[in-house]
Design a protein around this ligand. Structure first.
Ligand code: SAM
Length: 288
């Protein structure tokens, strides 16, 4: 069964009486080499498991089933479940769960389906919810080996940039606390049905065993990052003032103590600098 064939996609959808659901970010891959390459590069081998998010009609899922020992695919759209039953019928190493990935108990899923195995995450992510899904997986602290995602090209560029580059943002800094991001390849919009308005790219995140920086208060660390980027045109001192439960003078002192230029903008800080600054702010908050 060739699910990248436009005629096959159309007839499957017609047969099951379903339409593309824009609200679920449904853009299905219609070029065979792409799901093959993603499955190939995701890192999973025959002894490993894969968690796939959003299998759609099963295009990438079939390729993942060919390389991995077991695939668990979580799909929100109940209309696609009968389609997946048909398109994945010749594989006995796949389980489809009809659920919203944002609402699933990831720890319980991991324990129940993957215990004792190496687990890889792989997805052509729905664009409307890319960052929340990414952060959910990272913040779960589950020991996924690698995560390979198709995302909007713009998001891929942002995630794989560094503090010296224009694309760098709060999400770049936050994600870099959990893992190393690498851009694998670009995929133009014409490779999907329906074609999205923007191009895409595949990225891979290799999780760190330990974060690259140690912080006293992780919640505060992420709060400082968010506040610094919320008003990126402002200096770091102005962007943080009123948001850290200490005075503007104390923020200014903290910025100087961290060895930073008082006129620096938040978007120039790497995570080591954010870590140092948030630890000083934490100390100042506790001294109060
Ligand atoms: N994997 C297929 C492919 O590559 O052709 C489809 C990818 S499509 C971009 C995104 C898929 O994610 C859709 O099947 C959509 O229904 C599903 N989806 C959207 N939001 C979801 C959520 N919150 N939880 C699980 N699946 C979701």
């Amino acid at each position: 069964m060739k699910l990248t064939n436009i005629g096959t996609v159309k007839s499957l959808m017609e047969k099951h009486g379903i339409r593309f659901q824009k609200k679920f970010g449904q853009n299905f891959l219609i070029r065979e080499e792409i799901p093959m390459r993603i499955a190939d590069e995701c890192g999973a081998c025959e002894d490993d498991c894969v968690l796939e998010i959003g299998p759609g009609i099963g295009t990438l899922t079939r390729e993942l089933c060919s390389v991995a020992g077991k695939v668990v695919a979580v799909e929100i759209d109940s209309g696609l479940i009968p389609v997946l039953k048909e398109t994945l019928a010749d594989f006995d190493n796949v389980e489809v769960i009809n659920s919203d990935i944002m609402k699933i108990d990831l720890n319980a899923l991991y324990e129940e389906k993957f215990k004792g195995k190496d687990v890889y995450v792989c997805a052509n992510l729905p664009y409307y919810i890319t960052t929340p899904i990414l952060m959910l997986l990272l913040e779960s602290r589950l020991p996924f080996k690698k995560m390979t995602f198709m995302v909007q090209k713009e998001v891929a560029d942002r995630l794989s940039s560094n503090s010296k580059e224009g694309d760098y943002g709060a999400v770049t800094a936050s994600v870099s606390y959990y893992g190393k991001v690498e851009k694998l390849f670009n995929v133009s919009a014409g490779n999907f049905m329906p074609a999205p308005k923007v191009d895409s790219a595949v990225i891979q995140i290799t999780l760190y065993d330990e974060p690259p920086v140690k912080v006293v208060d992780e919640k505060l660390f992420f709060r400082v990052i968010r506040a610094a980027f919320e008003q990126r045109r402002k200096t770091l001192i102005n962007a943080l003032s009123g948001k850290m439960d200490i005075s503007k003078e104390e923020i200014s002192d903290a910025v100087i103590e961290a060895g930073l230029d008082p006129n620096v903008r938040g978007e120039r800080l790497d995570i080591a600098e954010f870590a140092k600054l948030s630890d000083i702010i934490k100390r100042k908050q506790t001294e109060k």
